[in-house]
Design a protein. Structure first.
Length: 264
């Protein structure tokens, strides 16, 4: 095997909000890919689980000046002010969540988690979910579960993993090609591939050959609550100033409406 030096990666996303239609395909693809549990009655959003959640934003102006924007929100995989010091990683007493220096992905180790939920309180993006119930799959559906992702038991916290099992598969593919280099197309998340509008771009944020690197340089790119210094790996694009301001959590005096989930 070739012994070229493998450089650390920083996987992330750029989501074009001007393209997003709010269809929810990313949410469905995420649930199917990662065996996300659901209940027969999903009306109570306090105990439902959606790793990828789509929010609806509005400029809060009367018709005909009303504008609407949809904002997909996966785990932001924060790097923190100092690499590896994500808000959730810093507070977990069980080391059930960790920052992977090789990929920049914030992991979740379910067998270590004992459900204290400190990470949920520390996450400013509400991207973590507590599993209140053991998953019960409709008859026959257990045969359709992905064999690459372990279903989670009751009493643990779970979240988006950037489909990390796909990264492992891409590494195996590279190994058989006798190289350490992973092609951009070999590792893509389920939500990226499912988006019919092509609004989500995924790749190595530090790799100049990846589309995601070029898109994050766009002057209209921003990150959610960037003033907190969480240094997230999910960037958003919008040509609309009110959308960019909403993403940074400007006060109501700016004439913006608080984001809400579209499936409430």
């Amino acid at each position: 095997m070739k012994q070229e030096q493998e450089k650390p990666k920083k996987f992330g996303m750029v989501i074009d909000l001007d393209k997003c239609t709010g269809c929810g395909a990313c949410m469905v693809a995420c649930m199917a890919e990662n065996n996300v549990p659901f209940k027969e009655n999903e009306t109570n959003k306090l105990d439902s689980i959606t790793w990828m959640r789509v929010y609806k934003l509005t400029n809060n102006k009367p018709f005909p000046m009303t504008e609407v924007c949809y904002l997909p929100r996966p785990c932001q995989h924060c790097e923190g002010l100092h690499t590896g010091h994500s808000p959730c990683v810093s507070v977990c007493p069980a080391t059930a969540t960790d920052y992977d220096m090789e990929t920049g992905i914030v992991s979740q180790i379910y067998t270590r988690c004992f459900g204290c939920r400190y990470c949920m309180g520390a996450c400013p993006y509400h991207a973590r979910y507590f599993n209140w119930w053991d998953p019960v799959w409709p008859e026959g559906m257990e045969k359709m579960l992905s064999p690459n992702v372990s279903p989670r038991m009751r009493g643990v916290v779970e979240k988006c993993s950037f489909c990390f099992h796909r990264y492992q598969a891409a590494k195996d593919k590279a190994f058989y090609k006798e190289t350490r280099a992973i092609a951009e197309d070999d590792y893509q998340t389920a939500c990226t591939q499912a988006c019919p509008a092509g609004a989500i771009t995924f790749g190595d944020l530090d790799n100049k050959d990846h589309a995601v690197y070029k898109k994050k340089q766009d002057p209209n790119a921003f990150r959610l609550l960037e003033r907190l210094g969480t240094n997230t790996k999910v960037y958003y694009l919008s040509r609309k100033e009110w959308v960019r301001k909403a993403g940074d959590n400007y006060l109501p005096g700016e004439g913006l409406q608080k984001p809400r989930r579209i499936h409430e």
